[in-house]
Write a protein that binds this ligand. Structure first.
Ligand code: FRU
Length: 721
């Protein structure tokens, strides 16, 4: 049911007409229909020898321009730069309208109007992140006050890299208010329910959508607003203003856009029937209901629940508007997503960080004997600082009024991971700091989570991505022996160092050891405060499967148990899926003591399922290769080199006791393969083809001894609690 809305007058003025028409009284300043820029001054090479005839080589489809030609500074790609200046003309009409597209960068990608050498009006393109659209849009300047002045227009492309170009066409002087975009379109409505639903079209130009209460901007996000039918609906929790009028403002709205009129309030999320059943939704990997996720944040066990916070863009399919999303689970398998916990504020968007339980209430945030859960995060504004927030119920969080707790060191300081160091009775923070072009980890200590003192600095390995972003730091027993513990310092790409730590200084014994051996795995974090009776070190990582066409994007890996085991080269991390995942097992196929020769019938032929876990132990015998085909993905073990290839991704996987050990998880979002007692972990994200459900096992070049093989169909972890 739709709510009663109060429309503002400006909204009703939006016309259904798009594009431009040139009236009889209009003066065309430039239409770029000739082969050269005749009369214009060109510098640099970005604008080519003359106007482009549409799309240039290597560019996404350009449309929305008028006639055959346009200014398109993608000549020789995004890295070329230059400028284009028109001959002088007299301002003789009330408006100058134009078509504009390309990259959004008000300093480096601009269309300018100059009078007496001064820039009096300017406009930029529409895109600032990967993806987006090459469509030009109508825009205009009101130039009434400049009547009679001599002016020039100038197009500047000083930008390089992604979206480093600008497109312009059809500059016209006119007295008819152009039917182009509306600036600062507004609509006021009553916050009658919990949610505001916002129509999103993936790839549409980004608009700044603000929510104002009593005339103040309270919430501000970039949204790829759908002008017509949306791909999906983003949801904003507006319960804080229930019953009050709120104003929605969009910085720029295309002519005919229905975005504002379609926004509506309700107490339910939209399209709930399809939720978690979407074709590309991981069925036992966590992903957000709507929007984008990247890093796991604030992983902690508190009051009987695992908390998984995560970098979340609730309003877009791509990265941006960083919030901390929040989900909880009692078993690491079934997750319940709660609303966003940390929202961008005056200090900036909420970047990655961690969580701890403050058992001794050192912070003083506890209440009635309940130890507080404290989040430590980066506020990535200018300056970029570290802040904290707390809760005593694991649901409602308050940002500390004394934030920031750590001032900016350099602009590249972020991703605090905090833990309690029992021997020194202090909190320790490891923080990534890009210092004079080097990746460093700064160690800070604190008695109370509020005041932090620099204790030491550890450098990564120069010239590599080692220890870059999202550090994690924890102690693990070697071979399960608690009298032999080592510290592990790990970076976002999962490379790590093993060493000792005295509460202030980390002394690495071995550095830059490879972590995972797959791809698309990033910024993993281990859970804090898992009870000692359990004693596991559990990690979860960002599993980078792109889910095109969905209302959500990316996901997390399965939770992984980490251990340190001795090898001849020293202690090494092992990864294994947590045992709780076994609760998803359905029907099983089990084989034992089977010899398989080349040409034998596939022993797995009868077992066709979508979601699966496969465990096996194989003696490779005299075979050259052991080959699994899991629903069209090739997993090949080469016995001579003892290397494993998963969908083309290769890694060493030493035989253990002469046997190949494999555990394979297959979800809609890709494969996670574990080999060699967990020494080899290969996450390989991709969209698994739904139609092919067959699995094969084959011996090549000789026969193999299958000691044990189990394939379990897995149930979805969603809606099945
Ligand atoms: C890693 C990262 C972090 C940062 C966050 C922002 O993926 O770049 O360093 O805090 O993402 O979303």
């Amino acid at each position: 049911m739709r709510n009663t809305h109060i429309f503002t007058a400006v909204f009703l003025l939006i016309s259904a007409m798009a594009g431009t028409t040139t009236g009889a009284d209009d003066i065309v300043v430039a239409d770029f229909e000739k082969d050269t820029y005749e009369g214009w001054t060109v510098t640099g090479e970005a604008f080519g020898p003359g106007p482009a005839k549409g799309t240039l080589p290597g560019q996404m489809q350009v449309d929305g321009y008028q006639g055959q030609g346009l200014v398109n500074s993608f000549f020789n790609g995004d890295n070329s730069v230059g400028s284009l200046t028109s001959p002088q003309f007299r301002v003789e009409r009330k408006f100058i309208s134009f078509l504009i597209g390309g990259g959004r960068n008000p300093e480096q990608l601009v269309l300018q109007l100059l009078v007496d050498g001064r820039v009096v009006r300017s406009a930029t393109g529409l895109n600032d992140t990967a993806g987006g659209s090459e469509a030009l849009e109508v825009d205009s300047w009101d130039v009434t006050e400049l009547a009679g002045k001599m002016a020039t227009v100038r197009v500047i492309d000083a930008a390089q890299g992604g979206w480093g170009h600008i497109n312009v066409d059809h500059l016209v002087q006119t007295n008819v208010k152009p039917q182009g975009a509306i600036r600062d379109a507004e609509r006021t409505l009553v916050a009658a329910a919990r949610y505001l639903h916002i129509p999103v079209k993936n790839g549409a130009p980004k608009r700044v959508l603000s929510l104002l209460v009593d005339g103040q901007v309270i919430v501000r996000n970039d949204v790829e607003l759908a002008d017509g039918d949306p791909d999906w609906w983003a949801t904003m929790d507006i319960s804080a203003w229930r019953g009050k009028p709120v104003t929605l403002r969009v910085d720029k709205l295309s002519a005919g856009s229905t975005a504002l009129s379609r926004m509506e309030t309700s107490d339910q999320l939209k399209d709930m029937a399809a939720l978690y059943r979407e074709p590309l939704r991981g069925q036992f990997h966590f992903s957000p209901q709507r929007g984008w996720n990247n890093d796991p944040n604030g992983c902690v066990f508190y009051n009987g629940e695992y908390h998984l916070f995560f970098q979340h863009n609730p309003y877009g399919w791509g990265w941006g508007n960083m919030h901390w999303g929040h989900a909880v689970s009692k078993d690491l398998v079934h997750w319940e997503e709660l609303g966003d916990t940390l929202l961008p504020d005056a200090m900036g968007p909420m970047f990655s960080g961690s969580a701890v339980v403050d058992w001794k209430n050192t912070s003083g945030f506890g209440k009635g004997g309940q130890p507080p859960l404290v989040l430590i995060y980066t506020a990535a504004g200018n300056p970029t600082v570290q802040g904290i927030a707390y809760s005593t119920d694991g649901r409602n969080f308050t940002k500390y009024s004394g934030n920031p707790v750590l001032q900016q060191i350099t602009g590249g300081n972020r991703d605090p991971k905090v833990f309690w160091h029992e021997p020194t009775q202090k909190w320790v923070m490891v923080l990534y700091v890009e210092l004079q072009g080097k990746h460093t980890i700064h160690f800070f200590t604190s008695p109370d989570l509020r005041e932090w003192t620099l204790a030491s600095i550890t450098e990564g390995v120069a010239g590599t991505a080692f220890l870059f972003e999202c550090p994690d730091f924890f102690e693990l027993p070697v071979d399960g022996d608690v009298t032999k513990k080592k510290w592990v310092l790990l970076g976002a790409n999962s490379e790590y160092a093993v060493g000792t730590f005295d509460g202030t200084h980390f002394k690495p014994e071995q550095t830059k050891l490879p972590g995972h051996r797959g791809r698309g795995f990033y910024a993993p974090q281990t859970f804090s405060d898992i009870p000692e009776s359990d004693g596991r070190r559990i990690q979860i990582g960002w599993f980078q499967t792109e889910t095109r066409g969905m209302s959500f994007n990316q996901s997390m890996t399965v939770p992984l148990e980490l251990k340190l085991v001795s090898t001849t080269e020293g202690p090494r991390l092992t990864f294994s899926p947590v045992k709780e995942l076994e609760s998803l097992r359905g029907k099983t196929l089990a084989l034992e003591s089977l010899t398989l020769k080349p040409g034998d019938k596939n022993p797995l032929d009868e077992f066709q399922v979508e979601l699966l876990e496969l465990r096996t132990e194989i003696e490779p015998g005299d075979a050259n290769e052991v080959v699994f085909n899991i629903r069209d993905s090739m997993i090949i073990y080469e016995t001579k080199t003892q290397e494993l290839t998963v969908n083309g991704q290769r890694a060493p996987a030493p035989l253990r006791d002469g046997k190949l050990q494999l555990t394979i998880y297959c979800d809609r979002t890709g494969l996670e393969v574990f080999a060699s007692d967990g020494l080899c972990y290969m996450p390989v994200p991709f969209n698994c083809k739904p139609e092919n459900r067959r699995i094969f096992l084959e011996a090549r070049g000789g026969s193999i001894g299958v000691k044990m093989l189990q394939v379990h169909e897995l149930r979805s972890a969603w809606n099945t609690k």
